[in-house]
Design a protein around this ligand. Structure first.
Ligand code: ADP
Ligand code: MG
Length: 393
């Protein structure tokens, strides 16, 4: 059962709910509030980044019936900031209020095996793979999938839940090490680069996109995103946008969807994974585009018109992990990074998520560097990286 679509669009003055109080929920709430909406956040942690800045905060687990009922009571429509929300939670809420994205789409995005099957349905190339749920499937893995990456089907993020395996013996040991949970084994591909595309699709099927983002990861975590026309061959970027749109369309998706791609050394485009929400690689859109990915999330949830965003500045985004707070990389003494020096750079925009405590590997914020030209954006980003002690890219 779905809530009546006739109630949409929800105009400013309505209350928008979000499951999850992390940085993505916080930036969604900021975008909604800037447009005159009220916000409600449900998260178990009373110090969550989004909970602390929201009009309503509901301290509750994601499967707590009373907490979900309260979120539905105060909200006119509800979205999620993370894909590992139980599918039953979204289904429960959808019986009471408009919810986007739908439980059915989130269920596909939260399971790598279903996600891959969806790519195959869409005719978009992905890495050769095998699903491993039983010992028989493990034994039947074709040799040409090795060397490969064994990925848990569920709950993986930022490179967690992954084991690189070179042989059948390592594969068996890898499956042991993850406790025999359902997995996908992917063939290790020769990557030239990684990129992603963010699309936003409304209930009427209208779809818009942000420009293609080129991404650099360190230790499985996004480190740098660069967005300007010369960052990728034009034909490849067009192919990525078309593939992302068809993946969203085939899901009958409503909301903001990020599609991650690999570009192989021979120039082939291969889809990697999808995230049913705004994405770290889209954070540059706050300062480099006339509509950010979070405003797109507000527009899709409320049924407001979707207008094609325009990028007005070349952009580089640097992720700010908790490691920056630890002087010179080792020791336990915490120090505030030199924000004053960083903010003296032209086109520097600091976004911090208000997290209580810096921890190594924890996403604390990001820095957007915008400029009139790609060269200038890169030059200031490299200066910022040097000031912060981040590696050059
Ligand atoms: P996560 O959910 O943690 O982001 P990904 O599946 O995106 O997991 O993998 C994390 C990173 O590992 C990718 O961004 C890429 O750098 C590398 N990687 C993943 N799969 C492959 C593959 N099949 N071949 C080569 N590199 C890969
Ligand atoms: Mg990824």
């Amino acid at each position: 059962m779905t809530a009546p679509a006739a109630a949409l669009p929800l105009l400013p003055g309505a209350t928008l709910g979000v499951l999850g109080g992390g940085q993505l929920g916080r930036m969604f709430a900021h975008a909604a509030q800037a447009m005159g909406y009220f916000t409600a956040v449900l998260d178990p942690d009373p110090h969550s980044p989004a909970g602390r800045i929201s009009h309503h905060y509901i301290q509750s687990g994601y499967d707590n019936a009373a907490g979900l009922a309260e979120l539905a009571r105060v909200s006119d429509a509800i979205t999620t900031e993370f894909e590992n929300v139980p599918a039953a939670t979204l289904a429960t809420l959808a019986a009471l209020r408009p919810v986007a994205p739908a439980a059915s789409a989130v269920a596909i995005a939260q399971d790598r095996a279903q996600e891959k099957a969806h790519f195959v349905r869409c005719g978009v190339a992905c890495a050769p793979y095998a699903v491993i749920e039983t010992a028989a499937q493990l034994a039947a893995v074709p040799a040409e999938l090795l060397p490969g990456i064994l990925k848990t089907a569920r709950m993986g993020y930022d490179g967690k839940g992954q084991v690189r395996v070179n042989s059948a013996a390592e594969l068996a040991a890898g499956w042991d090490s993850v406790g025999h949970v359902p997995c996908v084994l992917e063939k290790m591909l020769p990557l030239a680069l990684e990129c992603s595309v963010i699309v936003a699709r409304g209930r009427d099927g209208h779809i818009v996109h942000l420009p293609v983002q080129r991404n650099l990861h360190h230790d499985g975590i996004l480190a740098v995103t660069e967005v300007y026309t010369s960052n990728l061959p034009v034909a490849l970027a067009q192919q990525a946008v078309l593939a992302a749109k068809s993946i969203a369309h085939e899901l009958n998706y409503v909301g903001v969807l990020c599609v991650e791609f690999f570009v192989l050394q021979d120039g082939t485009l291969v889809v990697n994974e999808i995230a049913p929400r705004p994405h770290n690689s889209g954070h540059y859109s706050h300062n480099a585009c006339d509509i950010s990915q979070f405003e797109l999330q507000v527009r899709t949830l409320t049924g407001l018109p979707l207008v094609q965003p325009r990028q007005h500045s070349a952009a580089v985004m640097l992720n700010l992990l908790g490691d920056l707070w630890f002087a010179h990389g080792d020791g336990d003494s915490v120090q505030t990074p030199p924000w004053d020096a960083v903010l003296a750079l032209p086109g520097a925009h600091l976004h911090l998520y208000g997290k209580q405590e810096a921890k190594r590997g924890r996403k604390m914020g990001h820095l957007n560097l915008t400029a009139a030209t790609p060269e200038a954006a890169r030059a200031t980003a490299l200066q910022a990286a040097q000031l912060l002690g981040l590696p050059a890219f």
